[in-house]
Ligand binder design. Structure first.
Ligand SMILES: *[C@@H]1O[C@H](CO)[C@@H](O)[C@H](O)[C@H]1NC(C)=O
Ligand SMILES: *[C@@H]1O[C@H](CO)[C@@H](O)[C@H](O)[C@H]1NC(C)=O
Ligand SMILES: *[C@@H]1O[C@H](CO)[C@@H](O)[C@H](O)[C@H]1NC(C)=O
Ligand SMILES: *[C@@H]1O[C@H](CO)[C@@H](O)[C@H](O)[C@H]1NC(C)=O
Length: 412
């Protein structure tokens, strides 16, 4: 190749000497025409392509990405069976997963009744997405056994169902303010790594009254129920990590749930042991864990997604919500509220005005088929869109997740 090149160039030079000026101008003309023609071809091709793409877009919509899936724990105490069942029906959707739990203090009959209802329900037995923890846990009010019960359910959901996106923790005294279609629709626009954990490092009265005193939860080691009790001396605040506290209600991403449950990093386990001696461990654990794990700090949303009204300071107990709270609940745009008395009339109002749910039936959604409505499962990923509840929730999420303050409120 290399030795041939000079010879070729020489022959070109010889040829150029012979061409006339006329031929040169002709060649230039041809050249210009070729350039013009290729430009024209290109632009018309572009416009044809654009037309074609637009046409196929309107006739063949891109397949929607699948909606996210939620994994719920709904837990109750003695006497909560009917209310727990009502909450389950109100938040049920065949696309999601559910674990229900009645704590050990509830009677054997009550737990057997729940087990039999889950087993006999035509939809549950077909979809197989509702599981009951039959070996009930002892749960002490204010004790770390409340937290370990939540972690137990979370572990069970991870083991049984491989494809959920968020874990939501509810009790029988909670109630949804939006349909599951609304929730699935509003959350489908979000990054699935977000964790909704209300938190602060300003401990306030909790520093002296909760963080330093030591408690024992007899639920960890006794077969009979009794209250937590304090022991002395108190302990100092930790220096190995920074304390964060907040709401016991949270929505956790699957990634964070795995981090906490599988424990490949030792922090979640260390903190679980540390918090076995604190009053209301469930108001500290997820907050402290996520805020001391740099890889998750960017994913925390400082909001628990629950409408709660507190007693006037010290904000220790949530108040019961009544019918006169309906306007404020709706105006909050939040997806859940607590807490409610069993069968309070405000629940009927939520059913009829916000959920469109009939007594004894599931909250209707795009999945519902059969007669009466929702007696059969149609297409579980058919989500009703454009509902007012979904719009409110989408707006709320946009306000908190895309706001300028979002980053400023993380683990401060
Ligand atoms: C989860 O939900 C239950 C309601 O049964 C609540 O009492 C508990 O504190 C919640 N949070 C955690 C972190 O366990
Ligand atoms: C709402 O109703 C409840 C019970 O009927 C009552 O105790 C409470 O004071 C009312 N709240 C307001 C703000 O009116
Ligand atoms: C609703 O919210 C307003 C404004 O925050 C408050 O003044 C009012 O007392 C609330 N209503 C009830 C029933 O709590
Ligand atoms: C709902 O149905 C149950 C029985 O299925 C009944 O006991 C209860 O009174 C009904 N509640 C309302 C508000 O209709």
């Amino acid at each position: 190749m290399m030795d041939k090149l000079p010879a070729n160039m020489e022959s070109l030079n010889v040829e150029r000497k012979r061409v006339s000026p006329r031929t040169i101008s002709l060649m230039i003309c041809l050249f210009l025409f070729a350039i013009f023609f290729s430009f024209w071809m290109n632009s018309s091709l572009e416009s044809i392509k654009r037309l074609y793409v637009e046409e196929t877009k309107t006739t063949k919509p891109q397949p929607q990405p699948q909606p996210p899936r939620f994994a719920y724990l709904i837990s109750g105490s003695s006497g909560d069976l009917d209310q727990l069942w009502r909450v389950l029906q109100a938040v049920y959707h065949p696309w999601n997963y559910y674990v229900v739990h009645l704590e050990k203090e509830s009677s054997m009959e009550e737990r057997l009744e729940l087990a039999s209802r889950v087993e006999k329900d035509a939809i549950f037995s077909k979809v197989k997405n509702v599981v009951m923890i039959t070996k009930a846990n002892m749960v002490t009010y204010g004790g770390p056994t409340m937290l370990s019960n939540t972690l137990h359910a979370c572990a069970l959901l991870l083991k049984r169902f491989k494809d959920w996106d968020w874990f939501i923790n509810l009790s029988a005294t909670d109630y949804p303010l939006v349909t599951q279609d609304d929730l699935l629709h509003a959350f489908s626009g979000l990054k699935r790594d977000l964790n909704f954990i209300e938190h602060t490092s300003e401990l306030g009265w909790k520093e002296a009254a909760r963080a330093m005193p030591l408690i024992i939860d007899p639920g960890l080691h006794k077969n009979t129920k009794s209250h937590i009790f304090g022991v002395s001396p108190k302990r100092d605040l930790p220096t190995a990590f920074k304390l964060f506290t907040g709401s016991a209600y949270a929505i956790l991403s699957r990634e964070f749930a795995e981090y906490v449950i599988y424990g490949w990093d030792n922090l979640p386990r260390t903190l679980l042991m540390y918090y076995s001696n604190i009053d209301c461990a469930d108001e500290w654990y997820f907050q402290t864990t996520i805020c001391n794990s740099p890889e998750f700090v960017q994913t925390v949303v400082n909001q628990n997604m629950h409408y709660i009204t507190w007693d006037t300071p010290p904000k220790m107990h949530p108040e019961f919500l009544h019918i006169n709270d309906t306007a404020n609940m709706t105006a909050s745009y939040l997806p859940f509220a607590r807490k409610f008395k069993h069968n309070d009339i405000v629940l009927n109002k939520i059913d009829s005005e916000l959920l469109g749910r009939r007594n004894g039936s599931f909250t209707p959604g795009g999945w519902c088929a059969g007669k009466p409505c929702c007696s059969k499962v149609g297409n579980p990923t058919k989500i009703k869109r454009g509902e007012p509840g979904a719009e409110r929730l989408t707006r709320l999420l946009a306000r908190i997740v895309y706001s300028a303050e979002f980053r400023d409120r993380q683990c401060k």
